[in-house]
Design a protein around this ligand. Structure first.
Ligand code: 6PG
Length: 249
């Protein structure tokens, strides 16, 4: 396996996975807050992290007043839309622990703005956030698609996959995606984070995670392969996604 075994954590189910990841996030937040007085985090979208965010709220062990929040990617839909990542993060965590609006650096999705305008504005917001965080997120949370995408960096989206100057770019999900218009943080931001946590669950991810952790799959075929190997990346897998992989529990 190309990834060091101590960077891969397998848990029996999504609840145990969420609990283990929450403990590491709490420790990272305490360390960052002790070091710089703040904790900057980009949250993953999709469905897998919902349980993690609910656990963080239930455990309520963080100094939330030091947290500065962004999202790794967003679907271009209103925040009250069921597909909104920002909406999901707010309802599962931010609203429950009372993170004030000024520390929620979220994409300005608005029907009066085009996808490109939203990306441009979010690019400016992320640049400002990073300028206050010594140039990097303390933590980026990421999910993994069965096609090897992460955030909204999709296979074949060459413009986004080669974007090395902007912090945010407009992306296009494949035709089968429920919402195709996306915006996403770019590799320079994601790869520069002080810590990166992938949360991967379900049998549908088994093939792709096996390829990734073995160091197979080109960077265009599997955008997430840019994170292998990477000493600051941790992989949290449930037993279905990790089935058959050489990982100690
Ligand atoms: C998104 C996510 C995306 C997600 C993966 C896994 O907006 O869809 O950012 O990268 O993390 O598609 O999604 P699930 O957790 O729903 O399987």
């Amino acid at each position: 396996m190309t990834v060091s075994p101590d960077r891969v954590r397998r848990r029996a189910n999504t609840e145990a996975l969420a609990e283990a990841a929450a403990a590491q996030i709490e420790a990272l937040a305490a360390e960052a807050t002790g070091r710089s007085g703040r904790f900057s985090i980009a949250f993953a979208g999709g469905s897998t992290p919902r349980e993690l965010y609910a656990q963080l709220a239930k455990r309520n062990r963080c100094n939330w007043s030091s947290w500065w929040i962004a999202v790794g990617d967003e679907r271009v839909v209103p925040s009250d839309h069921p597909e909104s990542n920002a909406g999901m993060v707010c309802t599962t965590l931010l609203d429950r622990v009372g993170i004030p609006v000024n520390r929620r650096i979220l994409p300005p999705v608005d029907e009066s703005l085009t996808q490109a305008e939203i990306a441009d504005r979010y690019d400016q917001s992320i640049r400002s956030l990073l300028a206050e965080s010594d140039g990097a997120f303390d933590l980026v949370l990421l999910g993994l698609g069965a096609d090897g995408h992460t955030a909204s960096l999709f296979p074949g989206d060459t413009r986004c996959l080669t974007e090395m100057r902007r912090t945010v770019c407009a992306a296009q999900a494949p035709p089968e995606a429920s919402v195709r218009e996306r915006i996403t943080l770019t590799y320079p931001v994601l790869l520069n984070a002080r810590a990166i946590i992938f949360l991967v669950a379900g049998a549908g991810k088994r093939a792709v995670i096996g390829e990734l952790l073995a160091g197979r799959g080109s960077r265009t075929a599997y955008p997430a392969s840019r994170f292998v190997p990477n000493s600051r990346t941790y992989w949290y897998l449930d037993s279905q996604a990790a089935a058959g992989l050489p990982i100690a529990d």
